[in-house]
Write a protein that binds this ligand. Structure first.
Ligand code: FAD
Length: 453
């Protein structure tokens, strides 16, 4: 059996390491246009900010390691064409320029995503950089040495992490986003206001509700960013305005969402039975709505890559779906979210009810007890939990992993009220704040019910 894998960061590396063990007789070839595998982009801001000093720690595998598993590694090979009828691949060796042709019995598409670069006037100027792979991280570090004014465009979690890194490095940082507030896809306003206030107190300039109109340069390098509301002087711009799935190779050949994300079944198989796909190039089944969503996360990529390997020959293990669970540590605040927020539910036209709890993470008699805010989003009819968000100076983010399980298993808010969680004064309270959200929901419900006679 000839297996071809295109792309080897998280989804591809997970698929390859599993397949090498599961199918030792198979002839596995990896095509990767980059010169490395398995770069942990999640460490990019930490690397740029100097928290991670040894970049080797940002890789958990290497072409050599995969080759030692018996896999043929075609590094710096760009796949340019796939004939899904004849099952052939055409690729170019980016070092020699030589074209090669190959065949496959099974194809694993793990081509991931690429940062969106909007067609803004002046976007081609020097020092307007993207933040995705290892080489881009090194370019950012290099260019930042001579930059004092840094502009980050896009206030999603990557933009916000980069803002933190540059503020800590003593730069003058401006954060621009067309939306009215930062992190609007992950957290509701009462949470993001806390982070925004913290940013402002640190001197970070927030330019929300502003859309970039054009960049201008001096000697070919960016010097100003103009939005619909103002002009900002800058030495360096980092663009973090989202990701687009890299799926042009299969356009019109397998089913996709409108944004080009490949649709896979619960076994990671595309609409072409010989082609499996995993990671950022795919849509994922999203449990809170039961539909497909585009949620490019490393967590989804490693799970899907592993499942693609396990299900390649026969359907073995189903994908349980995702809640898009994510966490962030920005300056002194820890935050995490899973499933729907009030904002995302509104955008999707889903009627929800929200329960907010404010508590301290452990008893007041302890030397320190940090405030915690938790918001749980439920279906008001079935009372099933659809989402949750938490923020605190204490690290209580693991509670959101618990809430992710609650959503996945279809738990109701009433069941959460009485779920067994441990208590120990170092960590939490006798009634865990997750229980308290359930109790609060019940209390609100009983106030709504007509009095019993
Ligand atoms: C700055 C940053 C921070 C992040 N932080 C987090 C985090 O904290 N937690 C989290 O869960 N996720 C995080 N993510 C998201 C995570 O990095 C991605 O979800 C993950 O990289 C997806 O892995 P993937 O293998 O599907 O795709 P990708 O990482 O996009 O890799 C695809 C690979 O395919 C190769 N390729 C593409 N097309 C071709 C072709 N035609 N021929 C040959 N090779 C090709 C590419 O070179 C690449 O190596 C972060 C992302 C960024 C950019």
């Amino acid at each position: 059996m000839k297996i071809a894998v295109i792309g080897s960061t998280h989804a591809g590396t997970a698929a390859v390491t599993n397949m090498a063990k599961l199918y030792p007789e198979a002839d596995i070839t990896v095509y990767e246009r980059n010169d490395n595998v398995s770069f942990l982009s999640c460490g990019l801001a930490l690397y740029v900010g100097g928290v991670v000093n040894d970049p080797q720690g940002l890789f958990y595998s290497s072409p050599q390691e995969l080759q030692n598993l018996g896999v043929t590694m075609k590094m710096q090979h760009d796949v340019e064409h796939i004939d899904t009828v004849r099952r052939t691949i055409e690729a170019t060796n980016l070092v020699t320029g030589k074209k090669i042709h190959d065949t496959y019995d099974k194809l694993i598409m793990t081509t991931g995503s690429w940062p969106v670069t909007p067609p803004i006037e002046g976007i081609g100027l020097d020092n307007i950089l993207l933040a995705k792979n290892y080489h881009q991280a090194n370019t950012i570090i290099e260019r930042a040495k001579d930059a004092q004014k840094v502009t980050v465009v896009g206030a999603g979690y990557i933009g916000v992490e980069i803002v933190e890194a540059f503020e800590k490095a003593g730069k003058d940082v401006t954060l621009i986003d067309g939306a009215g507030r930062i992190l609007n896809k992950y957290l509701d306003e009462e949470f993001t206001t806390m982070v925004e206030n913290d940013f402002k107190a640190r001197g970070i300039e927030l330019a929300m509700n502003e859309t970039v109109q054009h960049f201008e340069g001096t000697n070919g390098s960016v010097s100003t960013v103009t939005t619909n509301s103002g002009t900002y002087e800058t030495d360096l711009v980092i663009l973090c305005v989202g990701f687009r799935p890299n799926t042009d190779l299969l356009k019109g050949k397998v089913d996709m969402l409108d944004n080009g994300a490949i649709k896979v079944n619960e076994y990671m198989q595309t609409s072409d039975p010989e082609i499996f796909a995993a990671g950022d190039c795919c849509a994922v089944p999203y449990n809170p709505t039961g539909g497909h969503m585009y949620i490019p996360l490393a967590t989804n990529a490693v799970r899907m890559g592993t499942l693609a390997a396990r299900n390649l020959i026969e359907p073995t293990m189903k994908h349980v779906g995702t809640q898009g669970t994510s966490g962030l540590h920005i300056f002194d605040l820890n935050m995490a979210s899973t499933g729907l927020t009030e904002t995302s539910a509104q955008l999707l036209g889903i009627h929800v009810k929200n329960i907010t709890i404010e508590d301290t993470h452990r008893p007041a008699f302890m030397p320190t007890a940090e405030k915690v805010m938790l918001k749980v989003t439920i279906n008001p009819d079935s009372r099933r939990i659809l989402g949750a968000q938490v923020i605190s100076k204490a690290d209580v983010t693991q509670s959101i992993n618990t809430m992710s399980v609650c959503i996945q298993t279809g738990m109701t808010i009433d069941e959460l009220a009485y779920t067994d969680f441990f208590f120990q004064p170092h960590f939490n309270q006798p009634w865990n704040f997750l229980n308290k959200a359930g109790l609060e929901a019940q209390s609100q419900e009983s106030q709504r019910l007509p009095e019993l006679v």
